[in-house]
Design a protein around this ligand. Structure first.
Ligand code: NZQ
Ligand code: ZN
Length: 392
């Protein structure tokens, strides 16, 4: 096990009707907030009315900025930064999914920075402070409600980059599984693929003596797999959504990666797809992940046998580890298909013409400073291209 420093201070308020507490929860922290949201689902569901009523009841003033798109855009963050400065808001309340929360975090750090907030994403420039962010989560997926990360698309440059800082961990996040009932079914699939990927990125490692986090990763993966299809069958199944929501936060608050080298190659490969083709993050991950497994598993067959047996329920046998791994990958693909997820790039509308360009951008070979992706097996642009080709 490696040394680590774990600090995940986000307060999680979980359960039915908890969004109505938002005014009382924010009262000690803010006089004026920016209410930030997406394309309108919160207005349709009535959540917007409940949240604004709770803020008013607690005497908290607010200004609002809606219109966050999935794969949130830098240009809207610029607008939010200007608005926060002009209105002197002291907290940003993000009501929505990962895109809204990530956009809120971009605004939160941009307010205190004189240059373009894109510099953080592009150069990894450290930050000293950010406006506090609180969230009301409406889709279990990105884990941004308890992570210090934000991912933004620079639409002019067709680049999608992530950035992380402890200053971006939300102050508090409300998670009421009832808010997930209105999700379109395909978003459920995207969310589950993303949450599983957040665990895979930490689980598949060459670090040894990681019994506790191995077990936590496996339990969280199995919880997601057990509850995903029941929620898809009955989109109002509170108990299934409760398990998915809690698992999604555990998947990405950092705990599962402590003491182990992490990977993140699948996320880097997926961000290229979203940046150019604007595909949903979870859909891209469902496509690249099995291809990645196929390409890298020989680097650490034992780890992939453990996954196949402990998570995918493949029968253990001692003579043919490759067959066990192949069955594990097959079952994962099958599970994704049952969730309605795509299995190939072509199903995402992605042809072969830009695969090499994306492989070179993902590894930065395109910019003359190639840095291999991944931890389990370093992936150069030729590896990334081979993976894209495996799943085309
Ligand atoms: O915009 P509205 O109208 O609200 O509709 C949204 C959006 O169209 C809809 N939706 C959300 N909750 C709903 C709902 N519709 C009906 N009822 C509800 N309760 O769902 C659509 C997708 O929303 P989005 O926020 O984009 O989804 P998600 O949470 O999957 O976020 C994806 C983004 O998060 C980033 C991804 O790259 C992607 O840009 N990630 C952020 C991470 C982080 N900050 O830690 C880590 C992840 O790896 C991920 O990269
Ligand atoms: Zn993700």
């Amino acid at each position: 096990m490696l040394n680590f420093d774990f600090y995940a201070p986000t307060r999680i308020i979980f359960g039915k009707d908890t969004e109505n507490e938002i005014g009382a929860l924010l009262k000690p922290h803010a006089k004026k907030v920016l209410l930030h949201y997406g394309g309108g689902s919160i207005k349709k569901s009535g959540l917007y009315d409940r949240v604004t009523a709770a803020l008013k009841a607690s005497g908290i003033a607010f200004v609002e900025l809606g219109g966050v798109k999935p794969n949130p855009r830098l240009s809207l963050a610029h607008e939010g930064i200007a608005l926060c400065r002009k209105e002197e808001v002291d907290l940003i309340l993000a009501v929505g999914g990962g895109s809204v929360i990530d956009s809120a975090k971009a605004i939160a750090m941009g307010v205190y920075y004189d240059g373009d907030v894109w510099d953080m994403y592009h150069d990894g420039r450290p930050i000293e402070k950010a406006v506090p962010v609180a969230t009301i989560l409406t889709i279990p997926a990105a884990g941004s409600e308890s992570s210090g990360d934000t991912v933004i698309t620079n639409e002019e440059k067709a680049l999608k980059y992530g950035y992380g800082s402890p200053h971006l961990r939300p102050l508090l996040s409300i998670m009421n599984p009832e808010l997930f009932f209105t999700l379109p079914k395909e978003q459920l699939g995207y969310g589950v693929a993303d949450m599983m990927s957040h665990i895979f990125e930490r689980y598949f490692t060459n670090t040894t003596n990681t019994d506790l986090t191995d077990g936590l990763c496996e339990a969280t993966l199995k919880t997601l797999m057990k509850n995903a299809l029941p929620a898809k069958e009955n989109m109002s199944d509170y108990n299934a959504w409760a398990e998915l929501g809690f698992a999604g936060t555990v998947a990405h608050n950092g705990l599962l990666g402590m003491g182990r080298e992490q990977d993140w190659a699948c996320h880097d490969m997926e961000h290229e797809l979203s940046a150019i083709y604007d595909v949903p993050h979870g859909a891209g991950l469902a496509v690249v992940t099995p291809g990645w497994m196929q390409h890298v598993y020989k680097e650490n067959v034992g780890m992939f046998v453990q996954f196949a047996v402990n998570v995918m329920g493949v029968e253990a046998s001692f003579r043919d580890p490759d067959a066990i791994v192949q069955e594990g990958i097959r079952r994962l693909r099958e599970f994704f298909v049952k969730l309605g997820l795509p299995a190939t790039l072509s199903e995402l509308g992605i042809g072969e013409d830009r695969l090499e360009e994306m492989a070179k951008k993902a590894t930065k070979a395109a910019f003359g400073n190639e840095r291999p992706l991944g931890g389990l097996k370093p992936l150069y642009w030729q590896d990334v291209l081979a993976i894209y080709n495996l799943v085309k």
